[in-house]
Design a protein around this ligand. Structure first.
Ligand code: SF4
Length: 298
């Protein structure tokens, strides 16, 4: 009986872990013929797109998948998200109803791998879950014969190894890590208030776009209005300098508290340094990724 054909696929989110994983798999498993993909929601940060281009120079071709062809949506950007909003009764996606990940990330991936499955391939999907995190935190899957492979877990690769892998391949962390903790959509509701403040500062146009999605016909079924930051907190509240100052002060307090904790742990022989944005979830006592799907932030 002929051997079953296997397609190896590896998704890049623009985050540090999936990027390091792709480089690591290339280094340690050079015989594998891996197809890389990036699911571009149309709302990625400019820094993410730049980083994906840099990665492509190291890895070779990266497939750009998107939801537009799938939903017969013309154009890119605002028009696309508005069409998807309409399909969801104008409810903004939220942590409780994360339709954005399904529509903008998982379905385009599903459509892409369907082609391989129809051609008789079984699919191995390489995922950047590390040895120092729970195997399935935030891991959303689709109902397909796809095996998840976790080389970092198999090889004991932990968080502190990730930057080394990038650096020995001539890459720094993506530029957004200077002000934000994860890749994904500019309007992602998993971001912390300090990240919204910084989005407003770094990319005022993207902040305005997110703000505009909160208005208009949104949530027209019950008349109840939802906002990216949660109930009762529209983004326009971040235009108040006092509110901004209080978010920054609160954030700085948390960072200081976390640094002290790290210093104490360092005395006990644990790792030392704090990187504000790559440690942001720990600083806020949150699970890594804030509960977001690995498809979006890894
Ligand atoms: S990055 Fe955030 S907003 Fe974008 S698809 Fe993922 S969960 Fe949704």
């Amino acid at each position: 009986m002929p051997a079953k054909k296997v397609k190896h696929v590896l998704g890049l989110s623009g985050g540090k872990d999936s990027s390091a994983l792709a480089l690591y798999v290339k280094e340690t498993r050079p015989d594998l013929d891996v197809e890389y993909f990036f699911t571009d929601t149309g709302y990625e940060l400019p820094e993410t797109n730049e980083f994906i281009d840099q990665l492509e120079e190291k890895l070779g071709y990266i497939h750009r998948l998107n939801a537009r062809s799938l939903n017969n949506i013309e154009g890119r950007g605002e028009l696309e998200f508005k069409s998807l909003l309409k399909k969801h009764q104008n409810y903004l996606p939220s942590q409780r109803d994360r339709w954005c990940t399904v529509q903008m990330k998982l379905k385009p991936f599903e459509q892409w791998v369907d082609g391989f499955i129809a051609d008789g391939y079984s699919v191995k999907n390489y995922v950047g879950i590390r040895a120092d995190e729970p195997a399935r935190v935030g891991f959303m899957t689709i109902e397909k014969p796809i095996e998840s492979i976790m080389p970092f877990r198999e090889d004991g690769i932990v968080k502190s190894d990730i930057e080394n892998i990038l650096q020995r391949n001539g890459l720094e962390l993506p530029a957004y890590y200077s002000w934000r903790s994860r890749s994904g959509c500019s309007f992602c509701f998993f971001q912390k208030k300090i990240e919204w403040v910084r989005l407003q500062e770094k990319h005022p146009d993207l902040f305005e776009q997110a703000k505009a999605f909160e208005k208009g016909e949104n949530n027209n079924v019950t008349g109840e209005r939802f906002y990216w930051m949660g109930k009762g907190e529209p983004l326009e509240t971040l235009e108040d300098p006092e509110k901004i100052a209080s978010i920054i002060a609160n954030h700085e307090k948390k960072v200081e508290r976390f640094k002290k904790k790290r210093r104490r742990n360092a005395l006990l022989g644990d790792i030392g340094g704090v990187c504000e944005m790559t440690d942001l979830d720990e600083i806020y006592d949150d699970v890594e990724g804030g509960g977001a799907c690995v498809t979006c932030y890894k």
